[in-house]
Each structure stands twice: as C-alpha cells, then as structure tokens.
Design a binder for this molecule. Structure first.
Ligand SMILES: [Zn+2]
Length: 260
C-alpha cells in the first residue's frame, strides 16, 4: 500500500529518506506521497520525489504556515505542474490554535483555491487537493463547495471530526483519509465516522513524523511503515478483512492520486 500523506522534508528524516523508504517497503508500504507546507517546502519535496522512484510530492501552503509569507506563487504553480507532483496542498483551515489568525488563514486559502480553479479551467494542472481541516468543517466545506473545484477532487486528510463533520465532507463528494488517530483508544467517535464512508472514498496515511498509530504509539518519529497499523484498524472498524481493505485502498489511491 501507499502512505498517502507524510512529510519527508521534515528534520526527522534528514539524511534518512532512503533507509525510511527501505523500511517501509519491507513492511509492505511500497510508496509515499510527501506533502508540502510552503512553496519552498514543495520544492524540497519535489527534489526528494525526483530522487526516489516510489515517492511523489504535493504543492501547497498549510494553514498553520499562512504567516510564513510572502509566498512565491509562481514557484508553487510551476511545481504543481511537474509530473512527480501528484496534488495540491496541504491547504485549509485550522481553528485549534489562535495563530495564525483565521483572517490570514482565509486569505492564503482563498488565493490557493483561486489558483487551483484557474489552473483547472485553463486545463494546465488538473490534480487533486489535500485538505487540512481542524475544527473548521462548518466554515471550510461551504467554501470548498463554492470554489469552482469539483468536490470529488478533495481529500480531507487526518480526519478527527464527528459523524456530522463526516457527513458534510461526504455530501461535498470528497474523499477522506485516516492517520494513526483512528487506532487510539479515545477515538471511538473517529472510528464511528469511518463506518459512514462509502467504499472507494477512503485512504490511509501516517502524517509522519507525527501521530504514530497503536501499537507503536510511543515510538518517535512516526514513519511510513506504520501506515499498515492504521489500515488494519480501518478494516476492523469497517468489518472487512485486511486483504479486502488493502485492495480497496490501493484502488482508491490509484484513482485519486494516479499512483499505485
Ligand atoms: Zn500533514
């Protein structure tokens, strides 16, 4: 399977990318998408993707990095067009922290959604969009609905909301992705929400170096190899065998990101 969301550009993986990928492959995790948080980080992510066969990257500005501007928008646009870059993001809204302000997050989000919609309309870059949404479903989902980008192009990564939040994103037409949070004993609500997702609209990820799943929750850093634990928990939550879940995850990742 593929870890659809991790951060190989983070310091935890400096000089360790090859061994991290090797360990992942030995655990059956045959590829990763390394997700970016700023245009400069997107450039670093693309460099890693170009250096490794089974790594792909993304191009976007994380809401919690909205205050790291000014941003090089032309750089972001040109990276998004690269064949090794398989999506936009991560972008969205995060109301868990007071800073950066929601106004600033909105400004950076709106600019990215405009750029993505323009690129799609012109036929230049038509790629999926990785959404970071924390405690902001009521505000973000309608914004995405009005963006001119089809709902099916979005994946809400690291879902930690309620069943009601899940219904909002499913009604939009989006996909959803789960991290190790799904495996935590106190996350019954997240597992309940995971049962609502129709087949073909769910993916898994580590968000490494963060959020190691059970039973390796105490290990640091989280690594792509661990995504298998989350897939096992997802299969259990959805009442499926691991094999059936595994096949479905691979099909969905191939359809959504174009990688398998
Ligand atoms: Zn992330």
């Amino acid at each position: 399977m593929i870890d659809t969301h991790c951060h190989l550009t983070f310091p935890e993986f400096a000089d360790r990318v090859s061994e991290t990928l090797h360990a992942a492959a030995q655990a059956g995790v045959t590829g990763v998408i390394t997700i970016s948080t700023t245009p400069g980080d997107a450039q670093a992510a693309l460099r890693i993707a170009r250096a490794h066969d089974r790594v792909w990257s993304s191009a976007g500005i994380h809401p919690l990095y909205s205050d790291k501007g000014p941003f090089d928008w032309d750089l972001l646009r040109s990276i998004a067009g690269d064949e090794r870059c398989v999506g936009w993001g991560e972008l969205g809204l995060d109301k868990h922290y007071a800073e950066p302000t929601l106004a600033l997050q909105r400004e950076v989000l709106d600019r990215q959604l405009d750029l993505i919609a323009q690129e799609r309309a012109s036929g230049r870059v038509i790629k999926p969009v990785v959404i970071h949404c924390r405690e902001a479903f009521d505000e973000l989902v309608p914004l995405l609905g009005r963006s001119g980008i089809p709902g099916e192009a979005f994946v809400f990564h690291c879902f930690t909301g309620t069943a009601a939040d899940m219904r909002l994103l499913l009604d939009l037409g989006a996909c959803v992705s789960f991290t190790g949070v799904l495996t935590y004993t106190n996350a019954a609500e997240v597992r309940e929400a995971a049962r609502l997702v129709p087949a073909g609209r769910v993916m898994v990820e580590t968000d490494a170096p963060f959020l190691p799943p059970e039973p390796v929750r105490k290990k640091r850093p989280c690594v792509p190899a661990y995504v298998r634990h989350t897939a096992e928990a997802l299969a259990a939550a959805r009442g499926m065998t691991f094999e059936a879940m595994h096949d479905e995850l691979n099909e969905t990742t191939a359809r959504f990101f174009g990688v398998r």
